[in-house]
Design a protein around this ligand. Structure first.
Ligand code: C2O
Ligand code: CU
Length: 462
């Protein structure tokens, strides 16, 4: 597509920050392709006998009629926003063909939280070209880890995600690995669609049937840009998983507020009480409560303490990660300058990539020096949270792909460099990412034939 066409489109909505971004992006065209031998797009999964699950997702402009009667000009997958919930089983080989009907700037799909091979990560200008109207692209990966994930476009992500190009991706555990059949489950995907806040596409909230005594695994997904806090009324509950990764021996919680950063997922386990309903609600989405069961309304209490995973659940015996010595240490300071959101005082391609090689044990210190909450998201990997504000985590090991950081906080993260590629790291307040808070974790020797910039039209986090 003609790049001037897009540039014009952007100028109409551009402020100074946007114009600057585009220059930085152009700069990236060169830095990503230097040196090395293995192109990212040659890194795919090998043939295997894994069961194949096929899906088609068509991106298109759609007028959505919301359940409050309002019409919204949305960008959708299969005429829906959120797009269809993709449910697969651990170990499946997932084959998803993306078609672009008429999203002019092109689209991609990123599988948020899933550790895919580099070529399948869906990053316009890094792992592929944006898929333009009339074109298609097929993604193939193995759903290795059961859990709650989501997908979204990673072309102009701050625009396209808020226009609706997203959906839930649930990887169910293999039947044999969980004998628990008395558990039912539900997904609650919160999104900001232009100016409307929705849960599973509704403006009214969510009702989940539940019989007394039944256990419900509630998969909360925050696909918006702001942190959401959830309060559970009417029953004690447990945090079963964060970002798709089960916690070890999670304890019962009561009157605890669960903060879910942008891009994060929390799975709560709730037992339907004899007395009545359970209501899960968020002060930032008061009109979108989740109601489980029937009977009398639970009492609403104010406040409650904030959930902390620093001492939640139990450690695992002989934790191998605690034995490791890091080979590399990086420090990232998330902050802001006058017109940008920055990492170590720089934005976009000015930020030198973290360079690692396969097999490295990597320690990353992340601190939030201001500019709001920064949910720090890394592609292609899961990292372990080692400490918060100098205190070592005492409870269950915590593995995340998105770390919520609040102003003044410092975290130490550990990751194993086990997935060679070129990986984005960015704030999942996608507005912050579009203002510069975005960088790369690159493996030595990996290159890309694709280019980011206005010339190629690939603008992953504009
Ligand atoms: Cu949800 Cu760069 O990703
Ligand atoms: Cu941020």
């Amino acid at each position: 597509m003609a790049s001037h066409q897009m540039a014009a489109g952007m100028t109409s909505m551009a402020n100074m920050g946007d114009m600057k971004d585009m220059e930085h992006m152009e700069g990236m065209e060169h830095s990503l392709s230097k040196g090395g031998k293995v192109p990212c797009d040659s890194i795919t999964i090998p043939e295997s006998s894994a069961p194949i699950r096929k899906f088609d997702l068509t991106a298109a402009r759609t007028t959505l009629k919301l359940d409050n009667g309002k019409n919204i000009e949305a960008w959708t997958f299969n005429d829906m926003s959120p797009g269809p919930e993709l449910r697969v089983t651990e170990g499946d080989r997932i084959v998803i063909t993306l078609y672009n009907k008429d999203i002019e700037d092109g689209v991609t799909i990123h599988w948020h939280g899933i550790t895919v091979p580099c070529s399948q990560d869906g990053i316009a200008g890094v792992t592929q070209d944006a898929v333009h109207p009339g074109e298609q692209f097929t993604y193939t990966f193995i759903a290795t880890n059961p859990g709650t994930y989501w997908y979204h476009s990673h072309q102009m992500s701050s625009i396209q995600v808020s226009k609706g190009l997203l959906g839930a991706l649930i990887v169910e555990p293999k039947k044999s690995s969980k004998s628990d059949t008395s558990m039912s489950e539900a997904t609650a995907l919160y999104q900001q669609l232009d100016s409307s806040m929705l849960v599973n596409g509704s403006t009214r909230g969510l009702t989940i049937p539940g019989k007394t005594g039944e256990l419900i695994r509630l998969r909360l997904i925050n696909s918006g840009n702001e942190t959401m806090e959830f309060i559970v009324y009417g029953a004690p509950f447990r945090v079963m998983a964060m970002d798709g990764h089960d916690l070890h021996e999670p304890g019962l919680l009561k009157e605890t507020m669960i903060p879910i950063g942008a891009g994060q997922r929390y799975d709560l386990l709730i037992q339907v009480p004899g007395s009545g309903k359970v209501v899960i609600s968020s002060p930032s989405a008061v009109d979108l409560p989740i109601t489980i069961g029937s009977g009398s309304q639970p009492q609403h209490k104010e406040g409650g303490q904030l959930f902390s995973y620093v001492d939640y659940g139990n450690p695992v015996p002989d934790d191998p990660v605690l034995q490791l010595k890091p080979d590399r240490h990086f420090e990232l300071k998330l902050g802001q300058t006058l017109f940008t959101k920055s990492i170590n005082g720089k934005s976009f391609h000015e930020i030198p990539p973290m360079i690692v090689k396969e097999g490295d044990h990597v320690l990353i210190t992340v601190s939030n020096e201001g500019g709001g909450d920064h949910p720090f998201h890394l592609h292609g990997h899961v990292f372990r949270v080692l400490s918060k504000n100098g205190s070592t985590l005492q409870g269950s090991p915590v593995y995340l792909d998105t770390l919520l950081t609040k102003e003044g906080e410092t975290y130490e993260l550990y990751l194993e460099a086990d997935n060679p590629g070129l990986w984005m790291i960015h704030c999942h307040n996608l507005k912050h990412a579009s203002m510069g808070m975005s960088m790369m974790l690159n493996y030595e020797g990996i290159t890309t034939p694709y280019r980011v910039g206005t010339k190629s039209g690939n603008l992953p986090d504009l």
